[in-house]
Design a protein. Structure first.
Lengths: 175, 298
């Protein structure tokens, strides 16, 4: 996994004086910085919000919204250090673009941000709580027909918030 | 010939239309902004007055006159807010200007500050964030999460100037006890620019859709309710919606005036109207945000 600290990228790409992720121009510069780092990055990238005090929606749209739109089909992104105010900025951006991403807090708990159908959210909850699972196991936990559970898991995979390996589905998370 | 524009005795968002009517009245000649009888002006009033001066300057008209409040305390307050410092570039000032005011007044969270480019937004947000956190949590009794949302709302409101106005604008943030309605402490953000306004900003992409209904009010509706932006980028147009959500969560008020219309998100403690149309014209856009103290904090 490649780890990217947003504050470091802000310092490097914009300047060392700014402490907040505000304005589209700043967001665009930070995204360009991240995209440059992705050229040598692993398939999964962890973006660390832990040192970011404030992020507005314009910046969230430029950094995370556009990053997922441009890079999200070939890569996995996991957000860490996301607090409630970050979520307030991220959630509408993700919904607007019909995107989703996994946020992991300091305790390791996983949270799905963005726009996904209810069944997919519930299926993600099972994987986040219990770890990797087969579709039949998820179906049993949610009292869903097997094909519906499989469809929910495939939806999660399409949004790259879950990976499938050898028939098991696993929520994206820090190693 | 001089045309007199009266600055109301109590100059705030409630009396702003009276000021705008006087400002937009027909008649040529040099403009005199007469504030000699003004007893009080809110941040919204003061950034609006600067906007009036800026609009005249940018139109290339003769430099207007401004008579300062006779009341020394009022004039001193105008100095403390930073108004007089900026007014010098737009007005020929008459009346006794107070000496340079002491900085760091506890009620003035952010002096009147020009916003022209993205760097100014960083400056505003960075300057205010720590003090805003103290005021919002300790004086207004709001949860800590209110602080970050406050910065976001402030940032998005200022960015509207940078992204859409086509000229510079002003922002001011102040806290005071609002005795008139709430009898609570409030934080007020006032943002104003002398730019093109919502109607002209959205005209190219939205006027056809609205047809005969196209107006300042329709443009405000498109931007505030429908989240429409002049940019084709689907990520655009979220800033005002974010401001609305933030203020709604904390029982705050949002009012946006542009051209001849004003749209407001009216909380239960206020009796403003949601939409006022066919108002006297005033240049650019004026945004008012009010965050009240939690009921148990005051």
């Amino acid at each position: 996994m490649t780890r990217i600290d947003l504050k470091d990228v802000l310092s490097r790409t914009v300047n060392t004086v700014y402490g907040d992720l505000v304005t589209r121009r700043t967001g665009e510069a930070v995204r360009f910085g991240i995209e440059a780092m992705l050229q040598d990055a692993d398939e999964t990238t962890v973006i660390d919000f832990g040192t970011v005090r404030l992020m507005d929606m314009s910046c969230a749209d430029e950094i995370i919204g556009k990053l997922l739109l441009r890079q999200g089909t070939g890569r996995y992104f996991l957000l860490v250090g996301v607090h409630a105010a970050h979520e307030d900025a991220l959630q509408p951006v993700l919904e607007r673009h019909r995107l989703a991403v996994v946020a992991q807090d300091r305790t390791g708990a996983l949270k799905l941000l963005g726009s996904l159908p209810e069944e997919a959210r519930r299926a993600f909850g099972v994987l986040a709580d219990s770890g990797p699972a087969l579709p039949d196991e998820v179906a049993a936990r949610l009292a869903l027909p097997a094909d519906q559970a499989r469809h929910a898991l495939e939806t999660l995979c399409e949004h790259r918030v879950v990976r499938e390996t050898g028939g098991h589905y696993q929520a994206l998370q820090c190693a | 010939m001089t045309r007199v524009v009266e600055v109301p005795a109590q100059f705030d968002d409630r009396t702003f239309d009276h000021f705008a009517r006087s400002y937009s009245a027909d008649g040529g000649g040099r403009v005199l902004f007469d504030a000699h009888a003004t007893q009080w002006a809110s941040p919204f009033g003061l950034v609006g007055l600067l906007t009036a001066g800026q609009a005249i300057a940018e139109a290339g008209d003769e430099r207007p006159l401004l008579t300062l409040p006779q009341d020394r305390d009022v004039a001193h307050y105008w100095g403390r807010t930073g108004f007089l410092h900026h007014a010098e570039q737009y007005f020929e000032i008459h009346g006794k200007s107070p000496r340079a005011a002491a900085r760091g007044d506890s009620d003035v969270l952010l002096e009147i500050t020009p916003v022209r480019e993205a760097d100014d937004v960083h400056g505003v947000v960075g300057h205010i964030q720590d003090r805003a956190a103290t005021i919002l949590t300790h004086e207004l009794g709001l949860e800590a999460t209110a602080t970050m949302g406050f910065g976001m709302a402030l940032s998005e409101a200022c960015q509207n100037i940078v992204e859409h106005a086509g000229t510079g604008g002003w922002v001011a943030v102040q806290t005071y006890t609002w005795r008139r309605k709430l009898r609570r402490r409030v934080v007020i953000i006032a943002v104003s620019d002398a730019g093109v306004g919502f109607r002209r900003s959205l005209e190219a992409t939205q006027a056809k859709r609205f047809g005969d209904r196209w107006s300042d009010a329709a443009a405000l509706e498109a931007a505030l309710i429908q989240g429409v932006s002049r940019f084709r980028d689907p990520g655009r147009g979220q800033g005002l919606a974010g401001i609305r959500r933030y203020l709604n969560r904390w029982a705050g008020k949002l009012a946006v005036r542009s051209g001849t219309a004003r749209m407001a998100m009216v909380p239960s403690w206020d009796d403003d109207v949601p939409l006022a149309d066919q108002l006297p014209f005033f240049p650019g856009t004026q945004v008012l945000m009010i965050v009240p103290a939690h009921a148990e904090a005051t």
